[in-house]
Design a protein around this ligand. Structure first.
Ligand SMILES: [Zn+2]
Length: 327
């Protein structure tokens, strides 16, 4: 019996550790994160970067401080890096400094293999260049960044063989610019990107028509590969790979994981790179051939994304916290 005890305690402690993450996800912290981000008034990419209370600069500083707090709680297990570049273009009329806030939890065995968990911290209202009006961006996409922050807090308490990258991206609304920056950064680092898990609009359950679905999460994955060359296309015709892109296989794998978890959301597979006519920060990674998918709420709520805060014919517009579903 005495011989068995160390084995028993090993099993128990392993089981306890394995059970820790999902039970450790804290709704109160998620809500506090979203409230904090909404509190910056606007997080538009072209908003002020120097005001300590308002704008994208203040929001980024908050994200960086949160990562540093999380790192302090795990004995400095996260490296915080701030990749940046100057941007300009259709949706960026004045050259602007773009900065991503990224935390790296190095793998213990294969540190060059990375899984990226990301959301975008920038927000917008009706006019794409309006950088001064209040743009709460609660669901789009403070929800995704809150998820990233909470994932970092919980997963950093454990060790993993491969590396986890936690990223709060900027410039999404101006043309997926933060996604491009991180995809380039990943290539420069020589990382083998095993999966990009993009979380964009992940905190609601009610659609524009009032229909509610709090049982599913949509997982979007591309079929036609963005990186397909003539040779790869020929190969796909020969082997039937048009439904087997790296992104789609990640999506299927996630569907399998979800099916094993009776308490969690079920996956609704959406076999598109993104919603029709829309985009997300998974796309710049797909362009490079990295397996990348997007998580999003089950149903779209158009009155509460990309909208000026207003009431029109009795309908309330705007991406505000009260429209979200934290459980
Ligand atoms: Zn978004």
């Amino acid at each position: 019996m005495r011989i068995c005890l160390p084995f028993l305690s090993l099993v128990v402690s392993t089981a306890a550790m394995a059970a820790a993450p999902e039970d450790a996800i804290n709704e109160t912290r998620l809500r506090a994160d979203v409230e904090r981000m909404v509190g910056f008034g606007t997080r538009h990419t072209l908003s002020t970067q120097t005001d300590p209370e308002r704008g994208i600069g203040a929001a980024r500083n908050w994200a960086e401080a949160e990562f540093r707090k999380t790192s302090a709680a795990c004995g400095g297990c996260l490296d915080v890096v701030l990749p940046e570049r100057m941007i300009a273009g259709d949706r960026v009329p004045v050259p602007t400094r773009l900065v991503n806030v990224v935390a790296i939890q190095r793998g213990t065995e294969r540190p060059k293999e990375v899984v990226i968990v990301q959301g975008h911290i920038d927000s917008r209202v009706s006019q794409i260049l309006d950088a001064t009006s209040d743009a709460p961006g609660a669901n789009d996409d403070a929800s995704g960044v809150a998820l990233v922050m909470e994932a970092a807090r919980v997963l950093s308490q454990l060790k993993y063989p491969a590396t986890i990258i936690y990223a709060a991206l900027s410039g999404e609304e101006q043309g997926l610019l933060g996604g491009k920056l991180l995809a380039d950064y990943a290539a420069e680092q020589g990382w083998t990107v095993k999966a990009v898990l993009n979380n964009d609009i992940v905190g609601g359950s009610r659609g524009s028509d009032g229909y509610r679905d709090d049982k599913h999460v949509r997982v979007l994955s591309e079929g036609l590969r963005a990186d397909a060359t003539d040779a790869l296309r020929a190969q796909m015709r020969r082997f039937g790979g048009e439904n087997d892109s790296p992104s789609r296989n990640i999506a299927r794998w996630i569907g399998g994981l979800a099916a094993e978890d009776a308490k969690g959301l079920a996956v609704r597979q959406i076999w598109r790179a993104d919603r029709m006519g829309r985009g997300g920060d998974q796309l710049p990674f797909s362009d490079k051939g990295f397996p990348a998918i997007r998580f999003s709420v089950a149903v779209e709520d158009y009155e509460h994304q990309h909208q000026d805060l207003r009431i029109e014919n009795g309908v309330k517009f705007g991406d505000t916290i009260d429209e979200m579903d934290f459980p």
